[in-house]
Design a protein around this ligand. Structure first.
Ligand SMILES: Cc1ncc(C[n+]2csc(CCOP(=O)(O)OP(=O)(O)O)c2C)c(N)n1
Length: 571
């Protein structure tokens, strides 16, 4: 019997356990769509390739299985670039299959001619052109191995139109079995002892847990180790909640380490677990005091000591390392640091109280912290919350206290706006029985707004809540703080009725101006059983603490220079 490249690809996806792909059609990739239909692989067809990419990314973040996106030649490939870069920066395993003009059409100016491999090389772990249809299964197998082993990441396979359509004898094709390592890399025992010695001697230790803990499926071990040793934990994004944040050991997001420590005293030993030194720890880990000793665990050797000296470096899987630390810790009597934990708790409550005025019951216009607070309380122990936007993200980081890991999706190192709706849709697919809420800025929601249509067509009832401050809030506020109110330019948006626009797609719409209406409107949205858009008008002039502090610090020299120049020319 003869089979084509689409059939080969679908068979391999089935073998790898892929139940759904995220895609936008084009003639170049139709054989793949046809074969998916035959094999019962669900195609979630989106309205923009970027959304397909973000959905594949979020599927992988939540389930641990690589997400698969299929896009057509040329603009299909260029449209997905942002989503691939986002996954690359956050080390998310995902396979992107890109269509391509036929090999025989090379340099003849055919429709949608573009070379995807060089385009994707700098934002993928591995990018290849498949030049022979018989080898499609082998390339798919390689792609999954590259995406999932070592430091995970996105991979790209480019399949030309004539390669995917070629008919070959089934017997001439090799379909590889799935080969994976038996176990993830474990840490050397002497390094574990050294780390534990350091933690035992510490008076004010802290664990900073990154996404590496969640992606190694090490959340339970993190909680066990924290409880066993009494060491408090700050965590990043999806790992938050591994140590429930209503317990004294669950401190909140990584970004708050600096502020918390300023109030409670500086940590003297920091265990960095699968958390890179960068955006979320401050550049060069600036949230960690210079005198603190650092133990760093990462699956990727080159991460150890990025921009900063490290005292114990361990290249290993986070879960394996935590298991080894737990075994070793059980052999010792470890000191308790109740006073340190108590001080950290007090610092955290003090920080929360800083924004309490935003929660006054009838304060109008609605304070964005109030919105973030209400949403966070609703989603504390059930469902998935995906957050998108600038200031919206900051307020939610402050307000949220997740009680479970793997249910909190925010932006990562790319700082990529527009992920909210696609991430929410993927979350609903991954956890169909759980409520999914997207909290997004009004600027960000516009980037993938037409995915409300995908939500309706695929019956994915997510609730999208818009923090409508009528601006690209973070940018507008940065201009106001660093340059002055008369220098606001290109950052205003209108009082748009997004819920009405969404209704056009068949979405359930709600409009909210009263603070007391936030929760009832969201509850009605969930009760509708349909995809929903809750448009909440918030105060455009409330500036988040991050912008208050950050804009001044980062942009002050430039802002001062601009002010001087304006003064000199009398403008
Ligand atoms: C795709 C993308 N474009 C632009 C930016 C730059 N940027 C950072 S924050 C921000 C404003 C976001 O506005 P909005 O979504 O309304 O959220 P808010 O800050 O008001 O909460 C922009 C434009 C970005 N990070 N990502």
């Amino acid at each position: 019997m003869k089979i084509d490249g689409g059939e080969m690809l679908a068979r391999m996806l089935e073998k790898e356990g892929v139940a759904n792909i995220f895609a936008l059609h084009g003639g170049h990739i139709d054989p793949i769509f046809q074969a998916c239909l035959d094999h019962g692989i669900r195609i979630i067809d989106t309205r923009h390739e970027q959304a397909a990419g973000h959905m594949a990314d979020a599927w992988a973040r939540l389930t641990g299985q690589p997400g698969v996106a299929v896009v057509t030649a040329g603009p299909g490939v260029t449209d997905i670039v942002t989503a691939v870069a986002n996954a690359y920066m956050d080390c998310v395993p995902m396979l992107v299959v890109g269509g391509r003009h036929g090999l025989v059409e090379e340099e003849l100016m055919p429709l949608q001619e573009l070379h995807g491999v060089p385009l994707m090389q700098s934002i993928t772990k591995w990018s290849r052109l498949v030049g022979d249809s018989r080898r499609i299964p082998e390339y798919v197998s390689m792609a999954f191995r590259h995406a999932t082993t070592g430091r995970p990441g996105p991979v790209f396979l480019e399949i030309p139109a004539d390669v995917v359509r070629a008919q070959v004898e089934e017997e001439s094709v090799r379909f590889p079995e799935i080969s994976r390592p038996e176990a993830a890399p474990a840490p050397p025992p002497e390094a574990v002892e050294k780390a534990l010695d350091m933690l035992s001697r510490a008076e004010r230790p802290i664990i900073m847990a990154g996404r590496g803990v969640w992606s190694a499926r090490g959340s339970d071990e993190l909680r066990e180790f924290a409880e066993l040793t009494g060491i408090p934990v700050c965590a990043n994004g999806i790992t938050r909640g591994a140590v429930p944040e209503d317990s004294p050991l669950g401190l909140g997001p990584l970004q708050l380490v600096g502020a918390t420590a300023a109030m409670a005293g500086p940590p003297d030993v920091v265990l960095l677990l699968g958390a890179r030194l960068g955006l979320f720890t401050g550049p060069r880990g600036s949230a960690i005091p210079a005198e603190a000793k650092i133990i760093q665990v990462d699956i990727e050797g080159e991460e150890i000591g990025r921009g900063r000296d490290i005292h114990v470096g361990i290249v290993a899987d986070c879960r394996e390392t935590l298991r080894a630390l737990i075994r070793a810790a059980r052999e010792r009597t470890l000191p308790r640091r109740d006073e340190w934990v108590e001080k950290l708790g007090q610092a955290r409550s003090t920080m929360r109280r800083l924004f309490a005025s935003g929660l006054e019951p009838e304060k109008r216009p609605i304070h964005p912290y109030r919105l973030a607070h209400e949403v966070s309380a609703l989603m504390a122990d059930s469902g998935v919350l995906a957050v998108d936007g600038g200031e919206t993200f900051v307020w939610t980081e402050l307000a949220r206290s997740p009680l479970r890991p793997g249910r909190h999706l925010g932006h990562g190192y790319l700082g990529c706006l527009g992920t909210g709706i696609p991430f929410g849709l993927a979350a609903k697919l991954a956890y169909p029985k759980e409520p999914v809420l997207v909290l997004t800025g009004d600027g960000s929601v516009g980037l993938n707004f037409s995915e409300f249509d995908t939500a309706v067509r695929h019956n994915l009832p997510i609730v999208v809540v818009i923090n409508n401050d009528q601006a690209w809030g973070m940018c507008r506020h940065e201009q106001m703080v660093s340059l002055g109110e008369d220098r606001v330019v290109g950052t205003d948006l209108g009082p748009t009725r997004y819920e009405k626009a969404a209704e056009g797609f068949g979405v359930y719409g709600q409009f909210v101006e009263e603070p007391s209406e936030i929760v009832p409107a969201i509850e009605r949205a969930f009760a509708s059983g349909r995809p929903a858009c809750v448009n909440v008008m918030t105060d455009p002039d409330v500036i988040s603490p991050l912008v208050q502090a950050g804009a001044r610090r980062v942009e002050r020299p430039w802002a001062e220079a601009v002010a001087r120049q304006r003064g000199a020319t009398g403008q």
